[in-house]
Write a protein that binds this ligand. Sequence first.
Ligand code: SF4
Length: 318
Amino acid sequence: MSEALLEVRHLKKYFPAGRNALLKAVDDVSFCINKGETLGLVGESGCGKTTVGRTLIRIYEPDGGKILFDGQDISRVNRTQAKELTRRMQMVFQDPYASLNPFYTVGEVIAEGFSIHGMYPNKKERQERICELLEMVGLHRDHAGRFPHEFSGGQRQRVGIARALALDPSFLICDEPISALDVSIQAQVVNMLIRFQEQMNLTYLFIAHDLSMVRHISDKTAVMYCGTMVEYGKTQEVYDHAAHPYTRGLLSAVPVADPDYEASHSRIPMDGEVPSPVNPAPGCRFAGRCHHATDQCRGETPVLKDVGGGHLAACHLL
Ligand code: SF4
């Protein structure tokens, strides 16, 4: 039986938004990722998926819920525990340029964590490890002495991945790691992540809005809308039998390179505005854009229900 590496239960992250107002960026989100698996987290911009990743790695402190990492409750951690946690849990950021210190050489960027964690104190061994990491991600060992601005976007993201792998983590949060890259480079980076996962038994949270790529890389998929999780399950189930109207709308908008398919399928319109996550009203947050909405939807918040085999969706229609 697969063993869970990360279990997130009823996670909440709220931000103050003026007097007596709270922006509920993540509101009661739960999921589980088994060792060696990838969970794809999808949804439109501003739905809270990046906040989930940042709360897991403690860029933000959670405001509620529980986070279990390898069986240990890490919802509240002291400085020593946080340090160990950041060794085992690393993040690959969306914008590789903004996430690399422009005044550090690539070698220094990769080695930053070594000093913090007392790894590779021997200078020669440290240099060898930096070169090994650069070669692993398809760069040359001579690149260690260059600065981030001397690289292309794809190469910078490779440096970001080398830095994330430097401390031998077991869990990577990949936050839109390909969305800033040229289409021709995206597949190379994703395939590299898949290869590393197989070689090092890594576990991934893959945050993205590109549903095709998420389908390619993920074992399970979670769909977020306005701070809440609306659908969750095995990727094939979610993609082939989407239960929530929002997921069905998102999937209908994915272009398919098949003119016959495109001609026979129409997009499900999702007109209207995404509601504000500041003090959200009760009821389904998707009601303003859903063509099936009823009075019940506007007054009563739907909860996640199992629609079969652990495939969950939050909709009163089900
Ligand atoms: Fe649409 Fe109602 Fe389901 Fe929300 S609960 S997705 S408004 S049918």
